[in-house]
Design a protein around this ligand. Structure first.
Ligand SMILES: Nc1ncnc2c1ncn2[C@@H]1O[C@H](COP(=O)(O)OP(=O)(O)OP(=O)(O)O)[C@@H](O)[C@H]1O
Ligand SMILES: [Mg+2]
Length: 286
């Protein structure tokens, strides 16, 4: 069997995966293992895992337990072992769902724009690359990750729907907001940034007005103009868009188009980074 190419956006709230068969996502909370005294069935994304001596739960179940424990790492770098575990669980879910049997992968994953520096990129790529053994729900899997590319969140999403001209991309995540400027498919560093707040760190979905105001303030600091072409992606893109439209007149959701084996697929803006990363991986390793 050949290698499977995947784009993996291992977000602090949900991991989004894109590949030749379609997309997948799951809640990325991880908590330490504990004996469960109630015999429950595994939920759609609940996973019990063991990786190199670490044992725990991931998925929605873990998100409830998490509230009393360590909690998600809402940080601005993803170069830590939780990202590797999330990526391996993303691979597990994707292969189980669409294509059991694949054990070798070439992937593109993401880093916030602020951590999109050679040192941090290398650190994350080195972490992901290689042979890994993970146990999920009692079965053991061996995966080999060969090629690893690291793309910037937000600007990588643009590759899911590339077009000519200058575009501003707003990717609102759970702990970070990535704002990217792209001119003729190039990332413009001086007009792009990661802001260190997100939906979960500003009071959740119910306080969406606050986050919209903060995003407008942050992007104005970056000298974006009200007449710019703006594209919005991330998990709450559709809720946020009308609020941002009060400031940015030319605003639209970033609708990712996946070039799947079966033909083009249209997905929700939450998958924009994953689909963009897949597109980058497909062009580089396909
Ligand atoms: N399926 C969903 N149901 C309810 N809320 C959601 C869902 N997906 C995302 N959200 C909301 O949207 C927010 C952003 O989600 P998103 O998946 O973009 O974050 P992320 O990419 O995991 O985070 P980061 O980019 O900061 O690592 C979440 O914090 C959550 O409040
Ligand atoms: Mg994100």
């Amino acid at each position: 069997m050949g290698k499977l190419i995947l784009g993996i956006d291992a977000g602090n709230y949900r991991a989004k995966t894109a590949g030749p068969y379609g997309v997948d996502s799951y809640r990325t909370s991880i908590c330490d293992w504990f004996p469960r005294n109630i015999e429950e069935d595994f939920g759609e994304d609940d996973m019990e895992f063991a990786y190199e001596g670490r044992r725990g739960y991931a998925g929605t179940l873990a998100s409830y337990e998490d509230q009393y424990g360590g909690g998600a790492m809402y940080g601005d770098s993803k170069a830590h072992v939780d990202t590797l575990i999330r990526a391996l669980l993303a691979i597990y879910r994707y292969t189980q769902k669409y294509c059991p049997g694949f054990t070798r992968f070439d992937i593109v994953a993401g880093q916030p724009i602020i951590s999109h520096k050679p040192g941090e990129k290398r650190k994350l790529a080195d972490l992901l690359r290689g042979k890994h053994t993970i146990t999920v729900n009692g079965a053991t899997y061996r995966y080999e990750i060969g090629e690893v590319g690291i793309a910037a969140e937000g600007s990588g999403a643009f590759m899911a729907a590339p077009r000519k001209g200058t575009y501003r991309i707003i990717d609102v995540g759970s702990g970070t907001v990535n704002c990217a400027t792209i001119t003729d498919n190039r990332h413009i560093n001086t007009a792009s940034a990661t802001f260190n707040y997100g939906v979960e760190t500003t009071g959740g979905r119910d306080n969406i007005d606050n986050i919209a105001r903060a995003v407008i303030r942050s992007t104005t600091q970056l000298k974006w103009r009200q007449s710019d072409n703006v594209l919005v992606c991330g998990g709450i893109a559709s809720d946020l868009l009308p609020l941002l439209a009060e400031h940015y007149a030319d605003i639209a959701p970033l609708i990712p188009q996946l070039n799947a084996h079966s033909g083009a697929q249209i997905h929700l803006p939450t998958y924009a980074n994953a689909v963009g990363f897949y597109e980058i991986a497909r062009l580089a390793y396909g």
